[in-house]
Design a protein around this ligand. Structure first.
Ligand code: COA
Length: 244
């Protein structure tokens, strides 16, 4: 599996791209490849479309909206962006931050435990609504994990709004673990900090999740070093299942 992830990552990072089949829509013939400056207009268009839909649904806090200059700066500063294409159409994207120095800004609201230059930070993941259900976030995350291995980084980290189940379910399916929960200083949105140590074995099982029937109740808490990879809901409460 590791060899496969690294092989696919090299292919994507070198620009060749890899073919993906849809899971929910097996008829789709998608290609995952690294994004470049020439893709900036499509990157902004996809972000703005997805964000407008989130805002209309009352979930505007799920994504940080970036300007074209911010994406361009990310691409210039060692960062990698991944995109999934249906023919010529960009249908999913994510940023993989590779902070250059130990004291660089890692861009997370919650504090990861490793110095910034030991991290790959997965951010700004978006899938066009018509293409969701195909595990495209998970597939991009696998490449991020391969990137961490290739570049000698110790962890893949990401943050997800607690209410954004599709986001953190995708992270848990990647073998990442929830290691902290707190409010974002900027907007007080409850957030999970989620990470996968490169050296970790992949999670053996991923639990099934139920939608909460009651409003979210989140405890402000830092979790143990092993983190949690399972979350359940009962009577409106969230429970976290210890890893392995
Ligand atoms: C988050 C996002 C990128 C995930 O897209 P995706 O890769 O298509 O994810 P999928 O739809 O394949 O879902 C992944 C898993 O979450 C599960 N899931 C999704 N929504 C769920 C819900 N409301 N309740 C329970 N499980 C849910 C899916 O069932 C799937 O798990 P399974 O295959 O084991 O059933 C996409 O929903 C998105 O673009 N959202 C808007 C932008 C956003 O929130 N970005 C995240 C920023 S951190």
């Amino acid at each position: 599996m590791n060899q496969h992830v690294n092989g696919a990552t090299e292919q994507v990072v070198l620009g060749d791209g890899v073919d993906l089949r849809g899971i929910k829509q097996p008829e789709l013939n998608l290609k995952l490849r690294r994004l470049r400056d020439r893709d900036l207009p499509a990157i902004c268009a996809l972000q703005n479309k997805v964000n407008a839909e989130l805002v209309a649904d009352g979930h505007g806090a799920y994504v940080v909206v970036r300007r074209e200059e911010s994406f361009a700066a990310h691409l210039e500063a060692l960062g990698v962006m991944l995109g999934v294409f249906d023919g010529e159409r960009l249908v999913a994207q994510s940023l993989m931050g590779l902070p250059p120095r130990a004291d660089s800004d890692h861009g997370c609201d919650l504090q990861p435990e490793e110095p910034a230059d030991k991290l790959v930070v997965m951010k700004g993941v978006l899938v066009d609504a018509a293409y969701r259900g195909n595990h495209l976030m998970q597939r991009m995350g696998e490449v991020g994990l391969g990137l961490a291995r290739l570049r000698g980084r110790h962890q893949l980290v990401a943050e997800a709004a607690v209410g954004n189940i599709a986001s953190w379910c995708s992270m848990l399916a990647l073998g990442m673990r929830i290691v902290a929960c707190d409010e974002a200083p900027s907007d007080h949105e409850p957030l999970y900090l989620v990470r996968r140590k490169v050296a970790d074995r992949p999670a053996q099982t991923v639990q099934r999740y139920l939608n909460p029937t009651q409003p979210w109740r989140v405890q402000r808490k830092t979790f143990g070093t092993d983190g949690y990879h399972g979350v359940w809901y009962r009577g409106g409460q969230i429970g976290l299942a210890a890893a392995d």
